[in-house]
Write a protein that binds this ligand. Structure first.
Ligand SMILES: [Zn+2]
Length: 161
């Protein structure tokens, strides 16, 4: 992969992973979520991430609860799955780079509960929230940003094909 001399995106994601996540979110009319996995890199002073995998645990999906309480309830399961993945790939550089979840027909933003989830589970500056609206066919990446009055901001991304 080549990185432009003048610009580095905050997030790089493999097309197949983005497609996988989109396909899952399209199956449900309610919110579903999972983890984003990959590696952290630095170019000059800027950190950027490459998302090369994701975790989705179908048995943790529950239509009667919101994604945030689900993530609280199943974080242990996800951590276990992450450790398994890391071992399987024999890659100690793999990290949890954030989470993805769907907003069916709601548009892409972070709700106040999403923001709490981000702060509690994914507080690092490089950790992102990928929000997908499967009905409006839209998605965005966000990170925490104390300088923004919303508490978060959208970040740039590039797709690796
Ligand atoms: Zn949300």
């Amino acid at each position: 992969m080549r990185i432009s001399k003048n610009r580095v995106f905050s997030v790089y994601i493999f097309d197949e992973i983005l497609k996988k996540v989109k396909n899952i979110t399209e199956k449900y009319e309610f919110e579903v979520f999972g983890y984003l996995i990959g590696e952290l890199f630095q170019w000059n002073s800027k950190l950027y991430i490459i998302i090369n995998d994701m975790i989705y645990i179908e048995s943790c999906t529950d239509s009667t609860r919101y994604s945030v309480s689900q993530i609280k309830g199943s974080a242990g399961e996800y951590e276990k799955e992450f450790r398994r993945l890391k071992k399987k790939n024999n890659n100690k550089n793999l990290r949890v780079l954030g989470w993805w979840h769907s907003h069916p027909n709601l548009g892409c933003f972070l709700s106040s509960t999403d923001l709490s989830t981000q702060k509690f589970f994914f507080p690092e500056s490089y950790q992102v929230a990928l929000v997908i609206d499967p009905m409006k066919k839209n998605y965005k990446f966000f990170t925490l940003d104390e300088n923004n009055n919303k508490g978060y901001k959208e970040v740039s991304h590039a797709i690796i094909r």
